[in-house]
Design a protein around this ligand. Structure first.
Ligand code: ADP
Ligand code: ZN
Length: 623
């Protein structure tokens, strides 16, 4: 088997080496074992079921059913397999009755290698009856359950239809199942095992590290300008995703970017379905577009050359953040994950949890998850270290006893620290005294005004000039105080009560800080120290393009190859990367091939593609 797997890897996909645990997973699944595969986005999950599907079809086991939640993407996934010469198809509501009928006939003959379908389709009685027929004849080879975290309410893409997939195990006990996901926290994992009855399955947990992604979290200060600078300085002409929380903001930012000459499209659930689909198609098919989107965008987007993911608002937890940022750099080339966050993000996320109709237990879990993300945002140590240890990975420290990835903002530009203990105590005691004085709680703005001694209308109205801490924080800037507040909230030493106008309330942990028992070390805000430019300078090396090695003639060849690829992609109605990845085109341009045999060994050119496109590629290179 293993030699067959390697042969399939090379012949069909044009790759010479398996990545990480791929081979072990493939061996296990191919020989009929159940598996739960946890691998980061871009880790190469698809091959973990595609190669077993091919190997098992080859051995006479018949059809693999791939369960995938997104109908919109099946077309491209299947298109990529067809390009590679694999007999694949998808069954969904976009097919005409005739096409559907013809496909069912092919399915029942057991000849298709992979059939993609949505969970609701797989579990409908008519389809199950067809699977029965295949099963009875020994032609049902494998179930691959993609995006398996959708079965869990703890995941961020809960799909009730996934729950019905238990029928697979009950009804087709002898058919192996492989469930795959990029969501790895313990709660979700346990839920997947239980809901999908994978107790006996082998678990393959990869490192979740994405070493080519550079993490940067900056303080929010005129976010639109910050975003514009980030894109202009580092991502001119690149494809990227900008996540915003609200639909309105999505539209505003998309418009602003377009006005500023950066080609951008909006995507959110409130757009007409046709527009949404058209925008997604353009993003996948064209080079260098920026998609401005709510979280509605992205699951399963397998565009490999997204060079940056920017968050203008903070997501709700680390899982979501990691999944969203993971959409950058799937091709392994350098990419940026950039986020701007501020106090308002903290307040908004808290409020959404507090106001949700969920039960108190659920809310507490969600609060804990949000806190972990806040702690990441405020951290002064390696961001990657934080992320990986959140996912339970063991980190190997350096000689100084610290983990340092060397590819995040904190590693590249260690932030200056200042001792915020005193400022924190002043803030907390102001909150305490105001509460004592007026018998009610107030929000952050008013508390900061009192501390800084600002004689606002509200201060006069409530007589807060009389508070003993009035004006004792006059030397502290608002930026500093906001940072103190965020970090107190992030560390659980202060509560925000969303049910009462986002007022600030002390808790047990506040007391320790008040008494001076806890030291509060804070990161110096960039805005306060003018460190922004320094950070920017060193970060500009982040997304160095992979084609740096090309000379002028090579660049010309690459351009011709890209033009050729665009044409083929249009003809086939597929995204360009399905024809060849950028990395493959760059390798071709670099090699300057004269004969077909010169294309040997270039990663990404399988036998079918060599036959279909070899001559055209040579012609494009020499055009
Ligand atoms: P995931 O589903 O885990 O996010 P994919 O299966 O889409 O990742 O793979 C990510 C990219 O890596 C794809 O473009 C795929 O072609 C490529 N890839 C996967 N495995 C290999 C490999 N062994 N060698 C080279 N490229 C690979
Ligand atoms: Zn780091």
């Amino acid at each position: 088997m293993p030699t067959l797997h390697r042969k399939l890897l090379l012949d069909i996909f044009g790759y010479t080496e398996f990545r990480g645990p791929q081979e072990a997973i493939i061996n296990h699944v191919s020989s009929g074992g159940d598996a739960l595969v946890l691998m980061p986005t871009g880790g190469g999950k698809s091959l973990c079921y595609q190669i077993p599907a091919l190997a098992r079809q080859h051995a006479g086991y018949g059809v693999t059913i791939v369960i995938s939640p997104l109908i919109a993407l099946m077309h491209d996934q299947v298109g990529a397999l067809l390009e590679a010469g694999v007999d694949a198809a998808y069954l969904n509501s976009s097919l005409t009755a005739e096409a559907s009928y013809a496909l069912e006939k092919r399915l029942l003959s057991g000849s298709i290698t992979m059939l993609y379908a949505a969970p609701e389709r797989v579990t409908n009685p008519r389809f199950l009856a067809q699977l029965d027929s295949l099963y009875e004849r020994g032609l049902l080879s494998l179930f691959a359950i993609d995006e398996a975290h959708c079965v869990s309410q703890w995941g961020h893409d809960f799909r009730p239809e996934y729950r019905a997939l238990t029928v697979l195990h009950e009804r087709f006990a002898k058919v192996p199942r492989v469930a795959l996901t990029a969501t790895a926290d313990d709660l979700t994992r346990d839920d997947m095992i239980e809901r999908l009855q994978l107790q006996e399955a082998a678990q393959f947990v990869s490192s979740f590290d994405r070493p080519n992604i550079r993490y940067r979290l900056v303080e929010k200060k005129d976010p639109t300008q910050q975003l514009l600078r980030f894109i202009r300085n580092e991502h001119e002409g690149d494809a990227g995703i900008v996540y915003c929380q609200s639909r309105k903001k999505v539209e505003d930012i998309a418009q602003t970017l377009s006005d500023e000459g950066i080609p951008a499209l909006p995507y959110h659930a409130g757009l007409d379905a046709g527009v949404r689909q058209a925008n997604q198609d353009r993003f996948l098919r064209e080079d260098g577009l920026v998609m401005v989107a709510t979280i509605a965008f992205g699951m399963g987007i397998d565009k490999p050359d997204v060079r940056f993911v920017a968050h203008l608002d903070m997501p709700k937890n680390i899982e979501a953040y990691y999944q969203e940022t993971g959409r950058a750099g799937r091709d392994g080339a350098p990419a940026n994950a950039w986020m701007s966050y501020g106090l308002q993000d903290v307040v908004n996320q808290r409020r959404m949890i507090d106001e949700s109709p969920a039960g108190e237990d659920f809310k507490n879990v969600m609060r804990g998850k949000l806190d972990a993300l806040l702690a990441l945002a405020e951290s002064t140590d390696c961001r990657r270290g934080r992320l990986l240890s959140y996912f339970g990975e063991i980190l190997i420290p350096n000689a100084q006893g610290k983990y340092q990835c060397g590819n995040c903002d904190n590693c590249l530009n260690p932030p200056d620290l200042w001792d915020g203990t005193d400022a924190a105590r002043k803030l907390l005691s102001t909150i305490y005294r105001v509460q004592q004085h007026s018998g009610i709680s107030f929000g952050a703005g008013h508390i900061m005004d009192i501390l800084r001694g600002k004689k606002t209308e509200k201060v006069a109205q409530f007589g807060h000039e009389a508070i003993s801490t009035f004006g004792i924080g006059a030397t502290l800037s608002e930026t500093q105080l906001r940072s103190v507040l965020r970090q107190l909230i992030a560390n659980g030493a202060l509560n925000i009560n969303a049910a009462a106008f986002n007022t600030l309330q002390l808790n047990a942990a506040s007391r320790e800080v008040l008494k001076g028992e806890t030291q509060v070390m804070l990161r110096e805000s960039e805005a306060a120290t003018g460190r922004g430019s320094k950070a920017k300078r060193s970060a500009t090396t982040a997304a160095k393009t992979a084609n740096a090695a090309l000379d002028m003639a090579g660049e010309r060849r690459l351009k011709a190859l890209k033009a050729w690829r665009a044409e083929v992609a249009r003809e086939h109605n597929l995204p360009a990367y399905v024809i060849f990845h950028d990395a493959t085109l760059i390798a071709i341009a670099q090699r300057d091939p004269q004969h077909l045999s010169d294309l040997d060994g270039i990663s990404g050119i399988g036998a079918k593609k060599l036959m279909a496109y070899g001559d055209e590629v040579l012609r494009a290179v020499h055009s």
